[in-house]
Design a protein around this ligand. Structure first.
Ligand SMILES: Nc1ncnc2c1ncn2[C@@H]1O[C@H](COP(=O)(O)OP(=O)(O)OP(=O)(O)O)[C@@H](O)[C@H]1O
Length: 696
């Protein structure tokens, strides 16, 4: 029986001719360029066995590399469950980082060098370096930008002192980078990027070690090679030279880590670097139903910088790609639950651009007692600056003499108190009600004192409100939304994250009567440790979903301003950024075997939310599903509005002031205010008393 006949008979795995050609590839360089779901990972596993069974290669002499820890363990698991029952070989699957760590560890041991400890979380040291340079610690978003830029520079191998000259724009990036290096040296630690740079240095400087590794690993294969960075490329190049037994598997349309310095250079330069190398193309998808493949093709054709490919489906029709629009986040979460109940026993990936988007779904699943895995970077909510602001509002409501809480929120409300006045208030406070001290300092008459009384009253009632009203009152009546806009424009906080978080908070809050219960829930979410590792429901960022597959994919928050964050593509840099985001959308949709549901709410925090550009681009290929609407309650519909309300002409909004009604479309009312036009939920604004229409 031939190798492929064994696979068919024992594993029920029928490789196509194009796949078989790639699996049979023996010596010399090869690039398998393929579409999603075309069996890249599967054929890499089959080739490992083929090399051993047919060519007698010792499994220990094959280095199998992939991009992330999750992908490496996924590969190991697929091998164990599918191939291992029929073949005796045991292979190693690792990331290039863990390979580098192993090599370095062994060399340090041999040389008697004290090992440098690997730090997986760089925040503390990098923030300390930034503080050392500019006397300020970066906030969450600034830290993320800084960390990405430092990672980018190191993966691109920029020389020290050349970061800003190379186009990186984080303020004082060169000095921060220098301080960061000094701190790591002082503490004798290294980060993930150091691993690669140190391994490369070792291979460059020690021919003995390089030769030893070449002998140990005469064959190398690498999956997801579209995300290989320059430094990784340099390591691989040295390792395989001169036999060049390098088998690369990649899809340039799934390159999603450009922001960290990954570049498809290895693919783009393959032909010039290996003139006698083989290129294999796989264009048949074995994963998804035809309808899903069609949508994938419709998505990716909007990108210009790519190898052109044909996407063929091998499976039949019968799949679905649907667009579901809900009134609010609570309705959307209810629909997710319904979906999960109706697809029990099948796997579902709930995917999102930003892990903050997943919070309210996590809350819903926990509440329903459904086990799930979280495959996204998590961070604690309770210490998020926005949540701490909200907690300060509540503390001040409970205790108006709480000066610390007052100081935290004073510049985030309508109060607009000058610095000198705040200093006087602090001096005169002496444990008294801060608002009374304000009035005493400023005077009890006039327009300004009215404003203080307004804020005092609004803060005073917060503790008695339902949790969701608490949030909406802080946001609207107290003017916190103005601060959030300011934070986006001036403090480097990213708008998409603020939106994702705010909408998640509103959805969570809508389930609780009291604000304190809402805060307790956030603390409980922080404590949650996924125990259901076998669960077939996974919550994941789109980045972490790479290489995975699910029967069903639910993609949430495909909204303007969230995914992609920016739609402009006027400059080349903007266009490339937008294309990387579109590839992320493509990765997400192509994870599905049977169905994709794009689910979003039309309203979040009282604001009308617009669809993502990526969804509008493929609108014609989507099936628009009208979700079942909850029974209408009196006051829900426009018909039930009081007669005296005229939905034309002038409107008055509690926070935005006077405006002219521009249009009314269902529940979405567009009003031109002083600063700009805003689209709001009419029903919600009326219910909350935010909007009034002076009778004409
Ligand atoms: N010849 C085949 N016949 C039937 N099923 C196949 C075949 N090749 C691969 N598959 C199945 O198709 C699915 C996708 O395969 P795999 O994950 O290896 O693709 P991939 O190209 O690595 O995907 P991606 O790049 O999207 O992560 C898997 O469920 C795999 O078992």
């Amino acid at each position: 029986m031939t190798f492929f006949e064994t696979l068919e008979q024992d594993l029920n795995l029928f490789f196509g001719n194009d796949q078989q050609d790639a699996i049979r590839h023996f010596e010399g360089p090869a690039l398998t360029l393929a579409i999603p779901g075309s069996g890249k990972t599967t054929l890499m596993l089959a080739r490992a066995v083929y090399l051993s069974e047919v060519h007698g290669l010792d499994p220990r002499n094959l280095l199998n590399l992939t991009f992330s820890k999750a992908a490496a363990s996924d590969m190991a698991e697929r091998y164990t469950t599918r191939f291992r029952p029929h073949f005796r070989q045991q292979f190693e699957f690792s990331t290039i980082h863990s390979f580098a760590y192993r090599v370095l560890g062994q060399v340090w041991k041999e040389r008697g060098v004290r090992p440098r400890k690997l730090i997986t979380h760089t925040r503390e040291l990098l923030s300390a370096a930034a503080y050392h340079v500019s006397a300020a610690r970066p906030n969450d978003d600034q830290y993320e930008t800084l960390s990405n830029q430092i990672g980018y520079a190191r993966n691109m191998m920029f020389a020290a002192g050349q970061l800003s000259a190379s186009g990186l724009d984080y303020p004082e990036i060169d000095r921060i980078s220098e301080a960061y290096e000094a701190l790591k040296a002082k503490h004798h630690v290294m980060d993930f990027d150091d691993l690669l740079l140190a391994a490369l240095k070792l291979l460059q400087e020690d021919a003995g070690i390089l030769n030893r590794l070449k002998k140990r690993y005469p064959f190398v294969q690498i999956d997801e090679a579209q995300d290989t960075s320059k430094v990784q490329h340099e390591i691989l190049k040295r390792l395989v030279y001169p036999s060049n037994n390098l088998f690369i598997v990649a899809d340039d349309d799934q390159a999603i880590y450009g922001f960290r310095g990954a570049s498809p250079e290895l693919l783009m330069s393959f032909e010039s670097q290996f003139p006698r190398g083989q290129i294999y193309h796989l264009s048949k998808n074995y994963r998804s139903r035809q309808e899903i493949i069609k949508v994938c093709a419709d998505i990716i054709c909007h990108n210009q910088t790519r190898y052109d490919k044909v996407l063929k489906a091998s499976r039949d029709k019968g799949g679905k790609v649907s667009l579901l629009e809900f009134e609010n986040y609570a309705d959307r979460n209810a629909a997710i639950l319904e979906h999960l109940q109706s697809t029990q026993g099948q796997s579902t990936g709930i995917l999102f651009r930003n892990h903050l988007s997943g919070l309210s779904v996590m809350d819903t699943l926990l509440e329903a007692g459904l086990p799930f895995k979280v495959e996204a970077g998590r961070r604690t909510l309770s210490d998020h600056w926005l949540v701490r602001d909200l907690a300060a509002f509540l503390q001040l409501s409970e205790d108006p003499s709480n000066l610390e809480a007052f100081q935290r929120i004073v510049h985030k409300t309508e109060l607009r108190i000058k610095k000198e006045i705040l200093e006087t208030i602090k001096l005169n406070h002496r444990g008294r009600d801060v608002f009374e001290v304000c009035l005493e300092t400023i005077g009890r008459k006039g327009h300004y004192s009215d404003r203080i009384r307004g804020v005092q009253q609004a803060v005073g009632k917060l503790r008695r409100l339902r949790a969701v009203d608490f949030l909406e009152t802080v946001d609207g009546e107290l003017g916190y939304s103005g601060y959030l806009e300011f934070a986006q424009d001036n403090l480097g906080q990213s708008a998409d994250k603020i939106r994702s978080l705010w909408f998640s908070l509103i959805a969570i809050a809508s389930r609780f009567r009291r604000p304190e219960q809402f805060f307790e829930r956030l603390a409980a979410l922080d404590q949650y440790k996924p125990s259901g590792q076998d669960a077939n429901i996974a919550l994941s960022t789109l980045h972490a979903s790479k290489g995975r597959e699910f029967d069903h994919v639910i993609l949430i928050d495909t909204l303007k301003g969230i995914f992609p964050v920016k739609e402009e593509a006027r400059t080349e840099a903007q266009r490339l950024l937008l294309e990387e985001e579109r590839r992320l959308f493509y990765v997400g949709v192509s994870r599905a075997r049977e169905s994709v549901n794009l689910m979003h709410a039309r309203f979040g925090g009282g604001r009308h939310l617009r669809l993502s550009l990526f969804v509008t681009e493929i609108m014609e290929s989507l099936e628009r599903v009208r979700p079942k609407r909850p029974e209408a309650k009196p006051g829900d519909s426009l018909m039930a509005l009081p007669d005296a309300v005229h939905i034309t002409g002038t409107a008055h909004h509690l926070r935005f002031g006077r405006g002219e009604v521009l249009s009314l479309n269902g529940d979405a009312i567009e009003i031109m205010f002083n600063d700009k036009a805003r689209t709001l939920s009419l029903r919600l604004c009326l219910e909350k008393g935010f909007l009034t229409f002076p009778a004409q």
